[in-house]
Design a protein around this ligand. Structure first.
Ligand code: G3H
Length: 238
């Protein structure tokens, strides 16, 4: 390669240019460079699981199942997506996302569910299972410290947004790798996880990431190619 006049050496998994030598005035070279460093996402539908028993009590973490309302809403969402062929649905390994994916799967033909640990909700460590109100009253120092710098705050014995970065990135790369040539991909995640997934595709300041709006009755439609990047928040009528 080193003897060549022009070359671009790139990592197709990381969408990174490893070496770049262009001496001649080549046509379309910028376009080619953009092409190789852009991850192609035809249509990614990023959803949050519907209401779980922990959501009702505003509790963090855990592995609660969907409430009857959560199941009913998941059915409505499944109907909403019947006009789209979904060969793959990615979830976390927690019950609430898998349960929702199974409901959507019932309304699809040949739809496979793949669950990744990488998409598991933020681990709240010693406050797992507590409600935000309980944290405020019983452990105000945690509440205060987290408010100071939510992105960098790491729950004792747990995670923070910052420490989720590498696993979320690994999960996204697995999704992209497995979804090549697929028109529609769905990820059913969690609030903190979906914030991190969104921030992988669209630039956000770190301090804003933990506040990205991730409603239960909506989803993000993401589409990326070398010509355009689309991020659209769409709402369901639940
Ligand atoms: O259970 C975790 C929450 O969904 C994360 O949200 O980072 O705004 O507390 P939060």
């Amino acid at each position: 390669m080193e003897n060549e006049q022009n070359f671009i050496k790139f990592d197709t998994f990381d969408y990174k240019i490893l070496n770049y030598k262009v001496n001649n005035d080549l046509p379309f070279i910028e376009r080619i460079r953009d092409f190789v460093v852009t991850p192609f996402i035809n249509n990614l539908y990023l959803l949050r699981h519907t209401q779980s028993f922990f959501n009702v009590e505003d509790r963090l973490g855990g592995d609660a199942e969907l409430t009857p309302k959560g199941i009913q809403d998941a059915r409505k969402i499944a109907q909403y997506f019947t006009n789209k062929k979904l060969p793959l649905i990615f979830t976390s390994t927690l019950k609430r996302t898998i349960q929702m994916a199974k409901i959507i799967q019932q309304y699809q033909n040949n739809c496979r569910i793949i669950s990744f640990d990488e998409f598991t909700e933020i681990n709240a460590g010693i406050v797992e299972g507590m409600s935000y109100e309980e944290i405020r009253t019983k452990m105000p120092e945690i509440d205060q410290a987290r408010k100071q710098n939510k992105y960098y705050y790491i729950y004792p014995h747990g995670e923070g947004y910052v420490s989720m970065e590498s696993r979320i990135e690994r999960g996204i790369k697995k999704v992209i790798y497995l979804s090549k040539h697929i028109d529609n991909i769905m990820i059913i995640g969690h609030r903190a996880v979906n914030r991190m997934i969104l921030s992988y595709f669209v630039y956000k300041r770190q301090e804003d990431i933990p506040y990205i709006y991730v409603p239960i009755d909506g989803y993000y439609h993401i589409k990326i190619n070398q010509n355009k990047k689309l991020f659209e928040l769409k709402r369901f009528k639940l």
